[in-house]
Design a protein around this ligand. Structure first.
Ligand SMILES: Cc1cc2nc3c(=O)[nH]c(=O)nc-3n(C[C@H](O)[C@H](O)[C@H](O)COP(=O)(O)OP(=O)(O)OC[C@H]3O[C@@H](n4cnc5c(N)ncnc54)[C@H](O)[C@@H]3O)c2cc1C
Length: 447
């Protein structure tokens, strides 16, 4: 049961016509993941009356809870980049690899793959870089503000992220990415093995070198979700738990609310922040938001043999190792598959084995006994979020498709959503980029 507070009463009357709340401020947010909660927080702080609807419960455990908690201005290269496809195909043959597409006869998957291929160009990477940098840096600043403002919010640790390379070949590849990041004004230092050891004291390492991204940071995603939810309940936001939004209601040529089973909740603006399920809600109003679930796994060693001084990303293995208050979290894998497919233990084993390869004190056999968490990233075919108003229909703001960056980009997404709902436009750097337009795939098969 969600907590109630005296201030909740204003939101309880949300559907009434005579509350004196300006119509532009009656907002329904679909989805209580990091994107939905950050949007609700930014909206309610600016005076909007907000209802958040989620098909899960108040103690749900989706993608926004067990992720690696990295805040990553260094992620200036979108998932759709040259070379990714070839690497992905090589990984497909490996049973415990970090990437897998479940082969199936699904037209949506075929279209998504086609668009991914069309997007993975040097030009796309060049255009996306500054947009991602601006959004991540703004979000990092907002993460710090949220941590300072919200009771119970976890601290944001500003120690950067270390990319660890087992081989010199990987280090050379990472040097190219580091150079790109530096050109965009980010701090990235390439280190040999001794240099990495000096920055990660007390950690047994078997690496050729690494890159330290000093602008990156991290925080506990679960603690942040809990703190955000508690704040929102206290601030009068109405939560409808265990309710599935089945479609968007229209009247007078605009969206006027959402449909639940047996009920309509009215709103002047609906924010679609339903993660992977956002595509279905988009199609209900004719908006094409192609997306595939990118399922990943994490395990958390509550009693780790060692504690890294900062998070590490294992370059060849694509695994994140994050020191959190609740333990050291090891997360990775991108499975393009059904969200409810059973856990693939071979791939979880791939994560734990690769951790042992870089950090030999972490024994794969010990890690393999830990409970496995799984979550599905909402992955767009060009690796960029869908963030903006629908152009063809008033009353809808879309905020989804953040893929591997939803935790990092949560606060800035929330701020942009609030701007779009309340002002119609956002001054946040990068917010107006055409690369974020929700309807960019509206043309038939066009990337
Ligand atoms: C292993 C792993 C590690 C990761 N590490 C990082 C990281 O270090 N940094 C980072 O930035 N990101 C990371 N991510 C990605 C990040 O977790 C996601 O991008 C983010 O959680 C997506 O948030 P969301 O709010 O869009 O979606 P979700 O968290 O999936 O929330 C969507 C919500 O909508 C609800 N919903 C869906 N459909 C309906 C409906 N019809 N009606 C009502 N409710 C509905 C769902 O129940 C859900 O609660 C990682 C992901 C994984 C899997």
């Amino acid at each position: 049961m969600p907590l109630r507070s005296p201030r909740r009463r204003a939101a309880d009357r949300f559907e009434c016509e005579d509350e004196g709340v300006p119509s532009s401020q009656r907002v329904v947010v679909v989805g209580a993941g990091i994107i939905g909660l950050c949007s609700a927080e930014a909206l309610v702080r600016r005076g909007a009356a907000v209802t958040v609807i989620d098909r899960g419960g108040a103690t749900r455990d989706g993608a926004s809870f067990g992720n690696a908690g990295l805040i990553v201005p260094s992620h200036v290269v979108p998932l759709a980049a040259p070379g990714v496809l070839g690497q992905g195909l090589r990984w497909m043959a490996q049973r415990d690899s970090p990437f897998f597409v479940q082969p199936r006869l699904d037209l949506e998957l075929v279209r998504w793959g086609w668009r991914f291929m069309r997007s993975a160009t040097p030009r796309h990477v060049e255009l996306a870089g500054p947009v991602l940098r601006d959004l991540h840096l703004a979000s990092r600043a907002l993460h710090l503000e949220v941590a300072a403002r919200l009771p119970g919010a976890p601290p944001v640790e500003e120690r950067g992220v270390m990319i660890l390379c087992a081989s010199l070949a990987a280090l050379r590849d990472e040097e190219v990415t580091a150079e790109r990041a530096r050109t965009l004004g980010l701090r990235a230092e390439v280190l040999d093995a001794a240099g990495v050891r000096a920055r990660m004291p007390g950690l047994t390492l078997d690496v050729a070198g690494g890159v330290h991204y000093l602008d990156d940071a991290h925080a506990s995603p679960r603690s942040l979700m809990v703190a955000l939810q508690a704040y929102l309940v206290g601030a009068g936001v109405e939560f409808r738990w265990g309710r599935v939004v089945t479609g968007l209601e229209r009247s007078a040529g605009r969206v006027s609310g959402v449909r639940l089973e047996g009920e309509v909740v009215t709103a002047s603006t609906v924010v679609i922040a339903a993660g992977v399920a956002s595509s279905a809600l988009g199609s209900d109003v004719g908006a094409r938001l192609p997306m595939q679930p990118g399922r990943g796994y994490s395990v958390t060693a509550v009693d780790p043999p060692e504690r890294p001084a900062m998070p590490a990303l294992l370059a060849e293995a694509r695994v994140a190792v994050t020191p959190l208050a609740e333990g050291v979290r090891l997360g990775g894998t991108m499975e393009i598959t059904h969200v409810d497919r059973p856990v693939d233990h071979a791939r979880v084993r791939g994560i734990t084995r690769s951790v042992e390869r870089y950090l030999p004190a972490f024994r794969s056999d010990d890690l393999a006994t830990l409970p496995v968490w799984t979550g599905a990233r909402p992955v767009s075919p060009d690796g960029m979020p869908y963030l903006g108003r629908l152009e063809r229909l008033d009353g809808v703001v879309v905020a989804t498709g953040h893929g591997m960056m939803g935790f990092s980009l949560g606060p800035v997404t929330g701020a942009i959503v609030a701007d779009l709902v309340l002002d119609g436009t956002s001054q946040v750097a990068g917010a107006a980029s055409p690369l974020l337009r929700p309807e960019r795939f509206a043309g038939r098969g066009r990337a």
